[in-house]
Design a binder for this molecule. Structure first.
Ligand code: GLC
Length: 491
């Protein structure tokens, strides 16, 4: 693959998408936002943390693979697992003990906007969209302060039984607490030694301890639901946070109630604008029952587009009954990318989607159902734009406007990504999915789907890794629907 050619395509795509974005009337973004307390772990931090426990006990706990954090030892075990694999994970904590323990024994470097919906709202606002309507069921006064102070960012507020749109700082619910998550970031090559085993961290990544206070409910206020027309005109919705749903609640309600409510919101959004496109951004979901319910009952047949990373593709396949494929995605051997592609195609089919966007370190794959109104070149532009956007965010931590996104063009394309794609080329041409020339363009033609594949820009030393996946998905999805509208209006 010609790296220069792909650099040139990134530049062109940036300008094409920049021209298309003003065609969007607005985007709706719900549900999860929280405050992220971010700590970058040094080798000293790590050995100090390990020192609070008996190393043999840590090892034992690692083997039980805790799926919830009930005490500090669970946290320590999951941190080591995440570092060993270099794999991101998000583990729920239902009590505040671990929060207190971390505050006392570790502390954090800084706090900023967290949660996929929070991060995506801020990002879209900075892409200078006409209107971004955020909705967070647990918007506290402190949380509201983390939204960018911009006129295009609004949140529904109930006043005298009516729903009006205001900036989040004027739309919060008084008297509610804030949800704070811990983000433990670590760098590649950090050396870890515990209970006689030594390893080097294979890549930059992080572990998230997600606080799940009892009062958190993933739902929309009745008034907002009833007057949902007030958030229009909007062309797209980006939904996330479903991982917050629990199997059972103390009042006897179950996940089924919350799944039903979630679907109703989606149905209502679509009824209000049949052209509307809906994207769900997945994340790590520990509870397998919930993971399956989200995929088969909320995503399947109701939404158009799904965004996820490699680990999430494997986890999704796993609960959908494709164990073997799931393992070969996770094992990441020579043919890892081939399995990833097959896995993404499987998700498109099983969940009846229009689009599945997988982001991996160094490349993105987007599987498309046949008959999409955009050309593969236009889809490729959307992906390339999001690669530039993510690079800009990784360099500076936060981007302020489109001009700063443009600076992402200076970040080089990942050599590793190009290499992975070269391996994949053999598979594609061998199966007649495309000619070698078509592959150079990033276009693949399956029997029942098409696909676009691009090498992406990767920042050597990112300022932060949290939220990069959200930026990729949001950038590409917004770019795609902007392009669709632009096309419609020109016809
Ligand atoms: C999840 C986490 C949140 C983090 C976000 C980044 O939503 O709960 O803490 O900011 O992912 O993608």
């Amino acid at each position: 693959m010609d790296i220069q050619e792909w650099e040139q395509r990134h530049t062109e795509a940036f300008h094409n998408v920049k021209e298309a974005l003003p065609y969007l009337d607005g985007m709706f973004v719900a549900y999860n936002s929280n405050i992220d307390a971010i700590k970058h772990l040094s080798e000293e931090d790590l050995s100090r943390l390990i020192g609070f426990f008996k190393e043999a006990e840590i090892q034992e706990r690692v083997e039980t693979y805790p799926r919830e954090i009930n005490e500090p030892l669970d946290f320590m075990a999951r941190l080591l697992i995440s570092m060993r694999e270099g794999k991101a994970a998000e583990i729920p904590a239902h009590t505040s003990d671990t929060h207190e323990w971390l505050k006392e024994h570790l502390g954090f470097d800084y706090a900023r906007m967290g949660g996929q919906a929070g991060i995506i709202s801020n990002l879209l606002s900075r892409l200078e969209l006409k209107k971004v309507v955020a909705y967070v069921p647990w918007l506290s006064e402190e949380q509201a302060e983390y939204f960018v102070a911009a006129d295009n960012l609004l949140h529904p507020k109930i006043e005298d039984g009516k729903v009006i749109l205001k900036h989040p700082t004027e739309a919060f619910k008084p008297g509610i607490e804030s949800k704070v998550n811990w983000i433990l970031e670590y760098s590649k090559d950090l050396e870890v030694s515990c209970n006689g085993s030594n390893f080097k961290v294979p890549r930059d990544n992080r572990l998230i301890i997600s606080s799940r206070p009892k009062w958190i409910r993933l739902e929309m206020d009745r008034e907002v639901y009833e007057h949902l027309d007030t958030i229009f005109p909007i062309d797209g919705a980006m939904l996330s946070g479903y991982q917050m749903i629990k199997e059972e609640y103390e009042d006897g309600s179950t996940y089924k109630d919350y799944v039903e409510k979630s679907v109703k919101v989606i149905e209502k959004l679509k009824a209000l604008n049949p052209e509307l496109r809906i994207h769900v951004e997945l994340t790590s979901i520990q509870d397998r029952i919930i993971r399956k319910a989200i995929l088969t009952e909320i995503v399947a047949k109701h939404v158009h587009s799904l965004g996820l990373d490699t680990v999430e593709v494997a986890n999704a396949l796993n609960v959908l009954g494709h164990e073997e494929l799931s393992y070969s995605v996770i094992r990441k051997e020579e043919n890892g990318i081939t399995s990833l592609y097959q896995g993404a195609v499987q998700l498109l089919k099983d969940l009846s989607l229009e689009r599945v966007h997988v982001h991996s370190l160094g490349f993105y794959i987007c599987i498309l159902a046949k008959g999409h109104p955009l050309t593969l070149k236009e889809h490729r532009d959307s992906l390339l734009f999001s690669s530039t956007l993510a690079a800009a965010k990784a360099v500076s931590g936060e981007i302020e406007n489109l001009e700063e996104v443009e600076a992402g063009l200076k970040v080089p394309i990942s050599g590793k990504g190009i290499e992975d794609l070269e391996n994949f080329k053999l598979y594609c041409t061998g199966r007649n999915l495309c000619t070698p020339d078509e592959f150079e363009y990033g276009y693949i033609y399956g029997a029942d789907h098409d696909a676009v594949i691009i090498p992406s820009k990767v920042v050597e030393k990112p300022k932060a890794t949290v939220g990069i996946g959200d930026a990729i998905s949001a950038g590409a999805f917004a770019a795609m629907i902007a392009r669709m509208k632009q096309k419609q209006e020109r016809e």
